[in-house]
Design a protein around this ligand. Sequence first.
Ligand code: ATP
Length: 238
Amino acid sequence: MIEMIQVNHQFVIGKKGRERIVPVLHEIDLQVKEGEIVAIVGRSGSGKSTLLNLMSGYIRPTAGAIRVAGRDVTGLSEGDWADFRLAHLGFMFQSFQLIPSMTAFENAELPLVLKGMGIAERKKRVMALLNQVGVAEYAGHYPGELSGGQQQRVSVARALMLNPPIVLADEPTGSLDSDNERQLLSLIRELNRELGITFVLITHDEQVAATAHRTIALKDGYLLNAPGKGGASSYEIQ
Ligand SMILES: Nc1ncnc2c1ncn2[C@@H]1O[C@H](COP(=O)(O)OP(=O)(O)OP(=O)(O)O)[C@@H](O)[C@H]1O
């Protein structure tokens, strides 16, 4: 479902003529299978977000190849990546990333608007999903009128709006209290079990890692679980 082959990534920083190269990911070989929940763990700065950004096409690898949902996405243009993302990927973030001036309904509806779906069909789909994640009664509320847990549910509904086979999540429970965290994790398990959605979750949280079928650990830009790279026992969740 997601495959990285010998992926390296380095950032180039600094002004023209005085550039500096920052190597961040090295020789990444990984596979996420269809229907898996995979947690990515590692200390701050180990390269977790960079790895997720490569899977999302927001940055391009310096070397190596990436396949997502059966397609070689390594050389996709910006425009092709935008279409590909809409069709295959859903996103969840620690900060929820809801637009404050739009209601819960309008926030959740956005992917359908981008897709060009008609208003009647949009309304049906949005209300069905808000209902599924338990916030239908707040459809007319603005994000500022919702609790953190309710905002995250709206963002989950938005992530699932176009039935993505893969959801990529960056610290999805990072802003939630333990009750809301438990509920979100059980929703993720349910979506995985019932709809077969593949999840890749970046986390510092042991509860989230325990929800995953498998954990991928990064240390200083290297994959620890890779054969010959030390094994999963040599990481700590920070
Ligand atoms: N746009 C960028 N330009 C230059 N360096 C960057 C850029 N983005 C990230 N880095 C560097 O790459 C390294 C890995 O960053 P990344 O955000 O992937 O780590 P992380 O494991 O997600 O960290 P955290 O847990 O703190 O979010 C860090 O040293 C960071 O400073």
